[in-house]
Write a protein that binds this ligand. Structure first.
Ligand code: MG
Length: 206
């Protein structure tokens, strides 16, 4: 089993749909410990991304992910645009020219994306950021021996990582200004990252 360009397009459609469906939830989470724009920003960015994906033929999965990256970078302010933009740009570079993406290719692309996000945002595990959902998701994919099982395991691991941000005190981003008062809130970036893994499982697990 492998992942095609059309699979990736379906993945991005499902992610955009999840972000739209959970927009109010993401806004509420970000209102509690940030500036409240995460849901509206990601929704606007993914709408723009789908628009651009539909506007021209995407050569392959890598090209499609780069298109998403550029749409997010140009249309989403704050931290989320550059961080998600970096994630998709690194993934797109890793997958460019690959018409049949295998589990190992896909896991490696996620690893490159994670490295890009950490290089850009400087977040470490436990800082209460999207990285806390990204790392367990990527590691689950890397441990997997089967694409479908790996995708489901990654979504589950990302969900666990997302929930584990609740008791954390934020050390990065706007939430870190709150210090102890950031405790007992789920991180909005880790939440949208969980939706990205969940969309991948729904679109690609077959
Ligand atoms: Mg915000």
């Amino acid at each position: 089993m492998s992942i095609s360009r059309d699979d990736v397009l379906r993945w991005m459609e499902l992610f955009a749909a999840a972000v739209a469906e959970h927009r109010a939830e993401l806004v509420a989470l970000d209102t509690a410990i940030g500036d409240g724009d995460h849901g509206t920003n990601m929704d606007r960015g993914m709408r723009k991304a789908l628009e651009r994906l539909g506007a021209s033929e995407q050569a392959d999965a890598g090209a499609a992910l780069k298109t998403v990256a550029m749409a997010l970078i140009s249309s989403v302010g704050g931290a989320a645009g550059p961080l998600y933009g970096t994630l998709f740009l690194q993934m797109g570079s890793a997958l460019a020219g690959n018409p049949e993406i295998e589990l190992a290719d896909y896991a490696q692309a996620w690893r490159k994306g994670l490295e890009g996000v950490q290089a850009r945002g400087k977040a470490q595990p436990g800082d209460k950021t999207m990285v806390d959902a990204l790392i367990p998701g990527v590691e689950a994919l890397e441990r997997a021996s089967d694409l479908s099982d790996g995708l489901r395991a990654a979504a589950q691991a990302a969900e666990t990582g997302m929930k584990a941000t609740i008791p954390l005190v934020a050390r990065k981003g706007r939430a870190s200004y709150l210090g102890e008062r950031s405790r007992d809130h789920q991180d909005p970036g880790a939440t949208s990252t969980y939706y990205l893994f969940e969309a991948a499982a729904a679109a690609l697990a077959g």
